[in-house]
Design a protein around this ligand. Structure first.
Ligand code: SAH
Ligand code: DHB
Ligand code: MG
Length: 221
């Protein structure tokens, strides 16, 4: 099945994602540098971009930069003077990201922080970096509930919080799962369900990255 899912992603990308948006050099650099091929897919990256544009995002928080592919999509959605604050644990990944971000000409719109997100998030709060209009959570899945809590605390009414990889080939719906991602997703859904400050949904996806999905939460007034 995944070959067909990939073919459909390619078909849609060919028609809807124009060459100047594609970031072929970013993806090539990420693979040449040995980064895992877990960047968002091109249609997913464009969705992040469209959501940022639709809400007129100026401040974006990203947890999990990898090589900056999603970061660059987000940076290209924010208004002049806005910024994406993106957090990456692995200095090797961060270095590749820094080069990609520079090549794509968006360095001024990206503030890349290297370290564990749970160490960096309190610093961002203390610096007065909030509120963020949009948060994209895409790092270690075991901490997704904690990251959601942080993103919520750094939000304002009307902010969007998007969490990648919440389905994990269905592991999320298996109460006996031992998969880290499945367990992390289950804790996330429990946290979101119990959180009166948001209203949320989640969408399953198939595509070049297999069967997964993402959660979207809107912070209420
Ligand atoms: N958002 C990227 C993909 C991120 S992959 C894109 O779509 O292009 C997940 C990244 O999270 C990896 O680079 C990994 O090193 C990073 N990561 C893992 N644990 C982390 C932590 N505790 N804090 C910050 N980043 C972390
Ligand atoms: C993995 C991480 C991701 O962020 C993703 O989108 C797909 C897979 C992983 O760690 O396996
Ligand atoms: Mg992901």
């Amino acid at each position: 099945m995944i070959e067909q899912w990939r073919a459909v992603d390619d078909y849609m990308s060919d028609r809807l994602i124009i060459p100047s948006e594609r970031q072929g050099a970013t993806l090539a650099a990420n693979r040449a540098s040995g980064l895992p091929a877990i960047d968002v897919s091109p249609p997913q990256g464009k969705l992040l971009h469209l959501l940022g544009l639709a809400i007129g995002a100026r401040r974006v928080l990203e947890i999990g930069t990898l090589g900056g592919y999603s970061t660059i999509w987000l940076a290209r959605s924010i208004a002049e003077g806005g910024q994406v604050v993106t957090i990456e644990f692995d200095p090797r990944h961060a270095e590749v990201a820094r080069q990609n971000i520079a090549r794509e000409g968006v360095s001024a719109k990206v503030d890349l922080r290297v370290g564990a997100a749970l160490d960096i998030l309190p610093k961002i709060e203390a610096e007065g970096g909030a509120p963020f209009d949009l948060s994209f959570i895409d790092a270690d899945k075991a901490n997704n509930a904690a990251y959601f809590g942080w993103a919520l605390d750094l939000s304002r009414p009307g902010s969007l919080i998007i969490v990648d990889n919440v389905v994990r080939e269905g592991a999320v719906a298996n109460p006996n799962t031992t998969d880290d991602g499945g367990l992390g997703a289950r804790r996330l859904f429990d946290a979101v369900a119990a959180e009166p400050r948001v209203t949320a949904t989640a969408i399953q996806t198939v595509g070049s990255k297999g069967w997964d999905g993402f959660l979207v939460a809107l912070v209420k007034g």
